[in-house]
Design a protein around this ligand. Structure first.
Ligand code: PGA
Length: 252
């Protein structure tokens, strides 16, 4: 079975103490993940090392950064490189979240560079894509998201693509409490897999495609049950231990 992933995206939330407590509460729940399941915690930069050491003994638990820069090193005040992440043992990095695209001007070409640099340091990108409400209302979401994939991923070889996780996050569903229906999620995930298979063949069946956008404790099971939905990227509900525990337990 494809890897199923419950990924927490804490965004810019929680103090250090709250972050430690949240991880402790989740670890205390003692969830035994199956071999094909993982939990990933995308935490703010200052908490990466703490999260990494708290989760060191927890099998199938990983820590992710929420972003990194395109360049290897140098005079880029305030930025964090993939090499730095690798040097503290970080194995995942969220890239292209819609908030980064919207507030920090990240476009598909820049994200292609970020993907390359992460892969070159053995960091698995969690590549986010998804359409705004206007596109959904116009009914052109399939080609919109396909274009995001083309411009950021299609330069990769099939072997490189295998190392990517994709998160489909319709922007109208992020932080709004408005979740895509299971039909909408499944339809887009199947479309993405089909688009990838046109370009890469069978490899497309190995790529985990997560759904994001108001995943909650009470809808995760239904969403994750869709054949092409391989888990979720979870914002708000990942800040509440009981909710994220329930979401982890909803993985198929
Ligand atoms: P949400 O955020 O679960 O709060 O909608 C998801 C995300 O932005 O990754």
């Amino acid at each position: 079975m494809r890897k199923q992933i419950a990924a927490a995206n804490w965004k810019m939330n929680l103090t250090y103490q709250q972050a430690e407590e949240l991880i402790d509460q989740i670890l205390n729940a003692d969830i035994s993940l199956k071999a094909h399941q993982s939990a990933v915690f995308a935490v703010p930069f200052p908490y990466l090392i703490m999260a990494k050491s708290e989760l060191a003994d927890a099998k199938s638990y990983f820590v992710a950064a929420q972003n990194c820069y395109t360049k290897r090193s140098g005079a880029f005040t305030g930025e964090v490189s993939a090499e730095m992440l690798q040097s503290i043992g970080i194995s995942y990095c969220v890239l292209g979240h819609s908030e980064r695209r919207e507030y920090f001007g990240e476009g598909n070409a820049m994200l292609a560079e970020k993907i390359n640099i992460c892969l070159s340091y053995n960091i698995t990108p969690i590549f986010c894509c998804g359409e705004p409400l206007t596109i959904r209302e116009a009914g052109t979401q399939n080609s919109y998201v396909e274009q995001q994939l083309k411009e950021s991923l299609y330069h990769l070889s099939a072997d490189q693509l295998k190392k990517i996780v994709i998160a489909y996050e319709p922007i109208w569903a992020i932080g709004t409490g408005k979740t895509a229906t299971t039909e909408q999620a499944q339809e887009m995930h199947a479309h993405l897999r089909q688009v990838l298979s046109k370009q890469y063949g069978d490899v497309a069946n190995e790529i985990s495609i997560l759904y994001g956008g108001s995943v909650k404790a009470n809808n995760a099971k239904e969403l994750f049950a869709c054949p092409d939905v391989d888990g979720g990227l979870v914002g708000g509900a990942s800040l509440i231990a009981a909710d994220f525990i329930q979401i982890m337990r909803s993985l198929k």
